[in-house]
Design a protein around this ligand. Structure first.
Ligand code: NDP
Length: 346
């Protein structure tokens, strides 16, 4: 193998650079695995689209999402992790070493950690992305606290939307759930709770066409359109929570790794093992339930430990196989000596 090719082989490659990927990188680097991290199309993951993070332990005064990611990356690099701003486009997990094709080259690895995360689905309107982090949010657990004493809107009709609406009643004086139909998709028990809550109002058959406000002054209202009549209206609000579902980033693993019908990777709990030996998963790509930075970091740690143990077991098995081979090769002279001894005795 020539030098450039050898550089392209790594014992461990990690796909993704949110808290799961970077924690896996930290642990693997401290285990001397010099992991390669391909950071993906959104380096830092969903934390980079939040502003203040107040629920990540260790930061009593809070920390900005992008800064937290920078610190995690710096910590992993300090111990020898290599991170590159590349995105994996294709993987071949059918044989080892595994092959990963990125937008900048091709790599091979003995073991792989998938931490490609999930993306919150967006409405796809310009004002939504412009005001994301300035009154528009995709996470009530992260940002709800900033809306104490204010009125907010939650968009969506599934369990996430209803859960977010209920959570937000702890802070907001009024929560209006805006849903595009006249019936919720959420489970019955969650529906009942929301429908009975005195601080939750509903705007049925409505879609948000525009979020009104500025980055300096925050959100002031949403422009709604009635899906049956096409009629427009404005609803005053200081916050907009988009809760129309998440999409795990697993497109490139389809047909190779087992996933549930929505696309979340399946792991053999309580480990991080996926359906392919030597491939581990961590973070939101395998977690549709908690989706917190700190839970993602925890599963990243788990995946690094699993990968390290798996590599050790492989290398141990390889070493014993080589030792057995060496013994077999030295056997003929030993046999010959035994035969000569037998001959001498005869
Ligand atoms: P869902 O896919 O269940 O719901 C998404 C909601 O958003 C639907 O009401 C949908 O409307 C609406 N929606 C989708 N796209 C748009 C759009 N472009 N504009 C406006 N509205 C839109 O996602 P969830 O995240 O709510 O739930 C995902 C899974 O996780 C589910 O299985 C859920 O049960 C589970 N979950 C369970 C929880 C719990 O048990 N505590 C908590 C959170 C999630 P429509 O209904 O018209 O399709």
């Amino acid at each position: 193998m020539d030098a450039p090719q050898r550089e392209r082989h790594h014992r461990l490659v990690i796909l993704g650079s949110g808290p799961a990927g970077l924690t896996a990188a930290l642990y693997a680097a401290r285990a001397n695995l010099a992991p390669l991290v391909l950071e993906g199309s959104q380096p830092g993951g969903q934390l980079t689209i939040t502003t203040d993070v107040e629920n990540y332990p260790g930061f009593p005064r809070g920390i900005m999402g992008p800064e937290l990611v920078d610190l995690m990356r710096e910590q992993a690099r300090r111990f020898g992790a290599i991170s590159r701003f590349e995105t994996a486009l294709r993987v071949d997990l059918r044989r080892r070493p595994f092959t990963i094709e990125s937008d900048a080259g091709t790599y091979t690895c003995d073991t792989l950690i998938v931490a490609t995360g999930a993306s919150a689905k967006q409405l796809g309107i310009e004002s939504e992305s412009h005001l994301l982090g300035y009154g528009v949010s995709a996470c009530a657990t992260c940002d709800g606290f900033f809306f104490r004493g204010k009125e907010v809107v939650v968009v969506g009709g599934g369990d996430t939307a209803v859960e977010e609406a209920l959570f937000l009643t702890k802070f907001a004086t009024k929560v209006t759930l805006v849903h595009r139909r006249d019936e919720l998709r959420a489970s019955k028990i969650m529906q009942d709770r929301a429908l009975a809550h005195e601080r939750i109002a509903f705007r049925w058959n409505s879609v948000v066409h525009e979020v009104l406000g500025t980055r300096e002054g925050g959100v002031r209202a949403v422009r709604l359109v009635d899906t049956r009549t096409g009629e427009e209206s404005e609803l005053d609000t200081q916050g907009v929570f988009i809760a129309i579902g998440h999409q795990p980033n697993t497109e490139i693993f389809k047909g190779q790794l087992a996933m549930n019908p929505v696309g979340y990777l399946e792991v053999e709990e309580p480990t991080s093992r996926t359906s392919v030996e030597g491939v581990f998963a961590a973070g939101d790509v395998m977690d549709p339930y908690y989706r917190q930075a700190v839970t993602a970091a925890g599963t990243g740690c788990r995946a690094a430990i699993d990968a390290e143990r798996w590599l050790e077991a492989q290398e141990g098995a390889h070493a014993s196989a080589s030792a057995a081979h060496a013994v077999a090769e030295t056997a003929p002279p030993a046999k010959a000596a035994a035969a000569a001894a037998a001959e001498g005795a005869a």
